[in-house]
Write a protein that binds this ligand. Structure first.
Ligand SMILES: NC(=O)c1ccc[n+]([C@@H]2O[C@H](COP(=O)([O-])OP(=O)(O)OC[C@H]3O[C@@H](n4cnc5c(N)ncnc54)[C@H](OP(=O)(O)O)[C@@H]3O)[C@@H](O)[C@H]2O)c1
Length: 243
């Protein structure tokens, strides 16, 4: 099993990409600390497993971030992997974006991931290894006309990934990001159907990705197979972003 004995925190684990990643990591032998916010009940089945701790956390709040990391360490006495996946998305035209829209996305997608990494890094440094996988988005690379504020937050994730990879490479900490495009989760349901149909036309593979396909990329970046990869943002988009 690829992650036998490893301890991984996965945020946004109640649904979509986070849930698929939790299920795959569990099969691969990891001990898991799974966080969610409003739908923590969706983790009841996984929580029956001895290898799994579920923590309810609003990752917009530094206090909840602190508690999540403390609970993880108290339970398993180490942390090897952080998958920063929790995120929120809303289509809003640029000229209609209010400060509240902007703050909502920034506070979770960017600030939450930033301060969560800051909390986990001291454990990684102390033990001499660690892997962070940040879930960005294709929009962080190429922009988004449907959700420009979201694209800005996800571009921030890419800059954060590169910065932490530079700072902590010497501590044997790998920091990478992934950039999914259209993945079949609740998030995509927020995009009007005709827009989805147009976007799928631009995907060489002519379909949405599945959360399970994204989970396999996250597993690769969490595993020893990616030990010499750091500071990268790997696209998983059916070929949509190739130039
Ligand atoms: N789906 C796509 O097409 C796509 C494309 C590019 C990038 N992404 C990125 O991939 C990641 C996962 O997306 P997804 O499609 O799997 O999303 P999703 O199905 O909408 O799930 C979002 C997850 O984030 C959690 N979350 C929301 N607000 C939170 C908060 N304040 N504090 C803590 N957790 C919170 C949710 O927990 P609760 O339900 O418990 O509140 C849920 O587990 C996100 O970062 C997203 O931006 C997705």
């Amino acid at each position: 099993m690829i992650l036998e004995g490893k301890v991984a925190i996965i945020t946004g684990a109640s649904r979509g990409i986070g849930k698929a990643t939790a299920e795959l990591f569990l099969k691969e032998g990891a001990n898991l600390v799974l966080s969610a916010h409003q739908n923590v009940k969706l983790l009841n089945d996984l929580a029956k497993n001895k290898q799994v701790l579920v923590v309810k956390a609003d990752l917009r709040l530094k206090e909840d971030i602190k508690k999540l990391v403390k609970d993880a360490f108290d339970k398993f006495s180490k942390i090897d992997i952080l998958v920063s996946n929790a995120g929120t998305f809303e289509c809003v035209d640029f000229e209609q974006i209010e400060e509240s829209h902007f703050d909502e996305v920034m506070n979770l997608d960017l600030k939450g991931a930033f301060f969560l990494a800051q909390r986990v890094i001291p454990y990684f440094r102390k033990q001499g290894h660690g892997k962070i996988i940040n879930v960005s988005s294709l929009s962080g690379k190429i922009g988004s006309s449907a959700a420009p504020h979201y694209a800005v937050a996800k571009a921030g994730i890419i800059a954060m990934t590169k910065s932490l990879a530079r700072i902590y490479g010497k501590d044997n900490i790998n920091v990478n990001a992934i950039a999914p495009s259209l993945i079949n989760t609740d998030m995509v349901k927020k995009i009007p159907e005709e827009r989805i149909a147009r976007l799928i036309e631009a995907v060489p593979l002519k379909r949405l990705g599945s959360p399970e396909e994204v989970a396999k990329l996250i597993l690769f970046l969490a595993s020893n197979a990616s030990d010499y990869i750091s500071g990268q943002t790997i696209s998983i988009d059916g070929g949509m972003s190739m130039i």
